[in-house]
Design a protein around this ligand. Structure first.
Ligand code: KIV
Length: 280
């Protein structure tokens, strides 16, 4: 049974994040579930229900496995588990690229069914019309440029962006287009430090870096990468702050031994007619 979350009337909104430009770095992490949202909420400014959930929790090869229903279900869990953080939900591939009308309908569904503070979508110049339309519908948007996981098949892998004059110019054009379209913040993923610094200085909305250096206005990591739960390869830009895989593996190993040895359940875990009360 869930215990009550501490009540707070200061859920951080997209506007509050926007006003943090150039100030104390904005702390962001992904979250996909109720218990993790509860653990992270007191420590972060923003929780992103990233479409990385398709890979991290559902075992898909890429984020293209995410659906609107998947994002909404995880978004609802994260909203239930948080009281303070600004919650942003990713728009999955296939739910916004076709037209501004499609993008607005998908964003409205996400906001309407979860109550989250904002949506995020990938792209720059190519999705500026969609961002402008969602913002005009009263829904705050976070942009995402640079390495765009939804384009991994098109790009032939997870490639760092901004190593040639041409890609630097494209990144800057994307950043300016996202800002101009009215986004409240911009994720920059997988680019070189000087490019991230230049974009951060040129736009008036906060940049949130992932593999984009400390020159950004904030940072984000995938929670499972950060706590050492990720099963497959972790990107070079991740710092692992805990090793939960080995904690869980050791716990499972001990549990298996104790069950096989009939050591668990022990006397304290057993009910008799007279002991323990009615509560399980
Ligand atoms: O889906 C995701 O987790 C993301 C972050 C890596 C920014 O988009």
């Amino acid at each position: 049974m869930a215990t009550q979350l501490p009540t707070t009337d200061i859920r951080i909104g997209a506007d509050m994040i926007r006003r943090r430009k150039g100030g104390t770095p904005i702390v962001c992490l992904t979250a996909y579930t109720y218990p993790i949202a509860r653990l992270l909420d007191p420590h972060v400014d923003l929780l992103l229900v990233g479409d990385s959930v398709a890979m991290v929790l559902h075992g898909h090869e890429t984020t293209l496995g995410a659906s609107l229903e998947m994002m909404i279900a995880h978004g609802q869990a994260v909203m239930r588990g948080s009281a303070r953080a600004c919650v942003v939900i990713d728009m999955p591939a296939g739910t916004y690229e076709d037209s501004a009308a499609q993008a607005v309908a998908s964003a409205r569904r996400i906001i309407g069914e979860t109550g989250c503070q904002a949506v995020k979508l990938e792209g720059g110049v190519d999705v500026a019309a969609q961002i402008a339309a969602i913002v005009a519908a009263g829904i705050p948007v976070m942009g995402h440029i640079g390495l765009q996981p939804q384009s991994v098949e098109k790009d032939g892998g997870y490639k760092i962006k901004g190593r040639t004059d041409e890609t630097v110019a494209a990144l800057l054009a994307d950043a300016l287009a996202v800002e101009q379209a009215g986004a409240f913040s911009l994720v920059i993923e997988g680019t070189i430090e000087t490019v991230a610094a230049d974009i951060t200085h040129r736009i008036a909305i906060p940049t949130i870096g992932i593999g984009a250096s400390s020159e950004c206005d904030g940072q984000i990591l995938v929670i499972d990468d950060m706590v050492g739960l990720t099963v497959d390869r972790v990107p070079k830009f991740v710092k692992q702050y805990a090793d939960l895989r080995s904690v869980i593996a050791h716990a499972a190993e001990r549990y298996a031994l104790e069950v096989r040895d009939r050591e668990f359940p022990g006397r304290v875990h057993v009910f008799s007619k007279t002991s323990g009360g009615d509560e399980a």
